[in-house]
Design a binder for this molecule. Structure first.
Ligand SMILES: *Cc1c(COP(=O)(O)O)cnc(C)c1O
Length: 389
């Protein structure tokens, strides 16, 4: 049995204790922390929509019209017109037959994977996939083959060995802590060759990449070939919740057997209203994803001019790998002291020895903000302050 005091002391000794940090106000390019305005470089609110007046108004309006909570699971009495409207809108946007809403991306991944795979099957999962995918694999009771990150040869080897068994390949599209994009075309081709199903998690692709911000799968022209796309409403779309976009039979299967869909309360109307408004803004202001990627390129170049390496990132997520957990925390404290909030990311979120500042850009940052931030980040990563107690 875990003794909380002992476990916490162990985490503290290893530099792995986590605490929440309070931000006083709505998400935006700048936020208030401890009474000071700081540049926010670690939110997933990539398009600035969480704080957008229109999105907030839509959330409030949906709550006034439909209630603060949905009152039950979707299959009990929780399905409201606004849920159906949002699902129809998402399906049309993703150009898929249907979209099924989930309470969050975590719940969507757990639900989709465990609904599709069962004992005796093999789930092929990238070594850097998100924790919710790992947990979905566990819940499915399928065998899990973890292939080396983005290594299609390793995946091919595993698929060949599993010939004749039910196979599902699952990958993040944009890796959440590294900002690189999965080799989607090769993965899809391998899955087809070996008769495997595919699930792609677009948590950091939705709203950020591809035509109309429809994600990395759309950018690669592979919409027709991926069985299930998981998109989130809580990141670039500024709301909360997630969806699985897929064919009609798969959607009906999710409604019948995805445990988080069945056994968890439907998303609150305010979240659905906010997501609908965010989708409308994305359509009216199609320049936002391009501005996001231009900002990311600007910061990547500014960091590299300082001699800093952002690894394989080609997106709005820029990892600055520091190494030891304590050093990453010290670097984050140093940057925050100079007015730049970039969170330290440590194990188990990333592999041991690769603790980092995960820098995330927004379309609403100005080029001047980002250039100044690069100077601060370079100083912080080079000479981290001693970690605050
Ligand atoms: C954040 C994230 C999720 C979970 O989404 P939530 O809506 O925050 O629960 C799933 N997958 C990836 C890759 C993520 O980064």
């Amino acid at each position: 049995m875990i003794d909380p005091a002992v476990r916490l002391a162990e985490l503290r000794a290893a530099g792995l204790e986590r605490r929440t940090r309070r931000v006083d106000g709505a998400s935006g390019p700048w936020v208030r922390i401890d009474g000071r305005e700081v540049l926010l470089l670690c939110a997933n609110d990539y398009l600035g929509l969480a704080g957008d007046e229109r999105v907030r108004e839509a959330a409030a309006g949906a709550a006034l019209r439909w209630g603060a909570g949905a009152g039950a699971s979707r299959l009990v009495s929780g399905t409201l017109p606004i849920h159906e409207e949002l699902e129809a809108r998402l399906a049309a946007w993703e150009r898929r037959e249907r979209a099924v809403l989930f309470g969050s991306g975590y719940l969507a991944n757990v639900g989709v994977i465990s609904a599709l795979a069962e004992r005796g099957d093999v789930v092929f999962s990238d070594a850097l996939n998100h924790a919710s995918i790992v947990d979905g694999c566990r819940l499915s009771r399928a065998e899990v083959f973890v292939y080396r990150h983005a290594d299609v040869e390793h995946l091919a080897w595993g698929l060949a060995r599993a010939e004749g068994r039910g196979a599902l390949v699952v990958t993040d599209s944009v890796f959440s802590m590294d900002g690189d994009v999965a080799p989607l075309a090769e993965i899809v081709a391998l899955a087809r060759r070996w008769g495997a199903r595919t699930v792609v998690d677009e948590a950091h692709g939705t709203g950020c990449l591809g035509p109309g911000g429809r994600g990395a799968v759309a950018a690669a022209g592979l919409e027709e070939q991926v069985d299930v796309l998981v998109g989130t409403l809580g990141k670039a779309l500024g709301a909360y919740g997630a969806y699985a976009a897929c064919g009609g039979d798969l959607a009906a299967l999710l409604v019948n057997s995805a445990r988080p869909f069945i056994f968890s309360t439907a998303p609150p109307p305010a979240a659905a209203g906010a997501a609908l408004a965010a989708l409308a803004i994305l359509e009216q202001e199609p320049g936002r994803p391009a501005r996001l990627q231009a900002n990311a390129a600007l910061l990547r170049d500014a960091l590299s001019a300082h001699g800093l390496d952002t690894g394989g990132s080609s997106t709005q997520i820029l990892p600055l790998v520091v190494g030891a957990a304590e050093d990453a925390v010290a670097a984050a404290e140093g940057a925050l002291g100079e007015g730049v909030f970039a969170q330290a990311i440590r194990p188990p979120t990333v592999p041991a020895g690769t603790s980092r500042l995960r820098v995330a850009v927004s379309s609403e940052h100005t080029p001047a903000d980002l250039r100044a931030a690069a100077d601060v980040l370079a100083r912080a990563v080079r000479s981290p302050l001693p970690a605050a107690a």
